[in-house]
Design a protein around this ligand. Structure first.
Ligand SMILES: C[S@@+](CC[C@H](N)C(=O)[O-])C[C@H]1O[C@@H](n2cnc3c(N)ncnc32)[C@H](O)[C@@H]1O
Length: 474
């Protein structure tokens, strides 16, 4: 069996031991033949995986050491989350009603895959050290740089078992019968340096894969799209929205050149372009009159344009730099809207298994600002109705009548504003949304409230609810 401790110093009053991984503090008390666990002098001993532990040998020597903090002093190292803007500072805060001082000295800062940076700090207590085992944890937590670990006032790190990354590496002690000060020190424990190495390694790997991600090609349905750092990589589950949209177009019995498609948040253009490609491949492209993709990201629009030129050079697809807030039907009179908007709140994003994958992609492509995950769904669902001259002017017409007529043409030059061509086909507005399964119920409710009808839920090929289709019936 490997040795689990090394005695570093002892005299009549004190024993200083280097505790190694695998031995608990109570076992250490036993193997050292000490009478009582309360004789331990080092703060945080139970949570400490490796490091120095000092024990007073008797109750009297415990009193002696505790009476004045100067008789035994400790230096710890802790691995904290984040990067500090000062190399040395002091935290002065009351703990359990008493003043407690922690001196912090930055030893090393390195990159981390999961939290950006991790910083190794040296921690010492001020003169009025109160032997509070949680002092370092609470103080560092309080200044926004919690120590890594899974006990209270710490923060877990994704790639590690989350043992408390805090360890005592130096002890000074001065016993009664020994007038000189004794100092014992050990190296920063291997488990802490290992976390630093691993975090750097993961960070470098991630950097490498994010550069590989530039100008990557991604197959979506049967078509190959260019993607880069400005857009979301098309997901297989998003094929559902294209299939639902395509089925609607294919099965519609309206006449030629009928659908005016608007793709909100087009990204690399994968939804819009594969819908057009699929319609072309199946001889129903003639049902599509126009197609527009909008996005707030200029970078994504550049990629979408490039994909359109490669995949559909013969078609006139328009891409506009526009936000969901500013889409109104005014300019487009779209009657077929598809949209896969960002819906993850930052809290939800951190919880998802795909978060690492998502981090290579622009936040704007998956994060919704604030806490309302339906924000963009509401904006799209309501704004596309605004200023849409067909919807505005036909709102009073009975939809049943219209359905029976299948393709009804109205001649009304005076009342239909915005339609210079007075022959207008009456159709409802189709809205097809990609919605994660946990938002389906709330999103359907919202759509009903806005005035949409015939709301249907569609599953992706993995069996999850993935898509909502509905109609606005004028
Ligand atoms: C989830 S991605 C969808 C990309 C692509 N349509 C797909 O399904 O793979 C959402 C897209 O919405 C865009 N976006 C984010 N906020 C927006 C806003 N306020 N207005 C318009 N587009 C927005 C992002 O740039 C991103 O391209």
């Amino acid at each position: 069996m490997n040795k689990q401790y090394v005695i570093k110093y002892q005299d009549e009053q004190i024993i200083v031991v280097e505790k190694l991984a695998g031995i608990g503090i109570y076992d250490l008390v036993n193997v050292l033949g000490l009478k009582h666990q309360f004789l331990v002098l080092t703060p945080c001993p139970k949570a400490m995986r490796e490091g120095l532990v000092a024990f007073a040998k008797t109750k009297e020597s415990l009193q002696y050491f505790k009476k004045s903090g100067n008789r035994v002093r400790f230096t710890f190292v802790g691995l904290c989350i984040g990067k500090f803007d000062k190399s040395e500072f002091t935290i002065n805060d009351t703990l359990s009603g008493r003043e407690a001082v922690t001196k912090v000295k930055v030893l090393n800062t390195s990159r981390s895959n999961s939290v950006g940076y991790v910083t190794l700090v040296e921690l010492t207590c001020g003169d009025n050290f109160i032997f509070c085992s949680q002092q370092f944890r609470r103080h560092l937590y309080g200044v926004g740089h919690p120590i890594i670990g899974k006990v209270s006032c710490t923060k877990k790190l994704k790639n590690h078992k989350n043992k408390l990354a805090l360890s005592c590496v130096k002890i000074w002690c001065q016993s009664i019968d020994n007038n000189c000060t004794n100092m014992v020190d050990v190296q920063v424990p291997r488990f802490i340096t290992y976390i630093i190495e691993k975090e750097t390694e993961y960070f470098d790997k991630r950097k490498m894969s994010s550069s590989i991600y530039d100008n990557k090609q991604q197959t979506f349905l049967d078509y190959v799209f260019f993607v880069n750092k400005y857009c979301l990589i098309p997901k297989t589950s998003s094929e559902t929205i294209v299939n639902v949209a395509y089925d609607l177009i294919k099965s519609s019995d309206h006449g030629d050149n009928h659908f005016k498609i608007l793709d909100c948040g087009t990204g690399c253009g994968c939804l819009l372009l594969s819908l057009l490609l699929k319609s072309k491949d199946n001889n129903c492209i003639n049902k599509i009159k126009s197609s527009i993709g909008i996005d707030v990201s200029e970078g994504a629009l550049e990629v979408a344009k490039r994909n359109a030129e490669n995949l559909l050079p013969e078609l006139d697809v328009t891409f506009l730099n526009l936000s969901f807030e500013h889409i109104t039907g005014l300019n487009y009179n779209s009657n077929f809207v598809i949209c896969n908007p960002p819906y993850l709140t930052s809290t939800m994003a951190k919880k998802t298994l795909d978060y690492d994958m998502l981090k290579y992609q622009p936040e704007m492509s998956y994060l919704v600002p604030g806490t309302d995950d339906l924000l963009f769904y509401k904006q799209v669902a309501t704004n596309i109705l605004k200023g849409n001259s067909r919807i505005k002017h036909y709102a009073a017409i009975d939809y049943e009548k219209q359905k029976n007529m299948k393709r009804r043409k109205i001649q009304n030059r005076d009342t239909i504003k915005g339609c210079s061509n007075s022959i207008v086909t009456l159709v409802p507005l189709h809205l097809i949304l990609e919605v994660p399964h946990y938002l389906v119920a709330r999103c359907s409710k919202m759509l009903l409230e806005v005035g949409y009808a015939e709301i249907k839920v569609h599953k992706d090929k993995f069996g999850f609810d993935r898509c909502l289709s509905c109609m606005y019936l004028p």
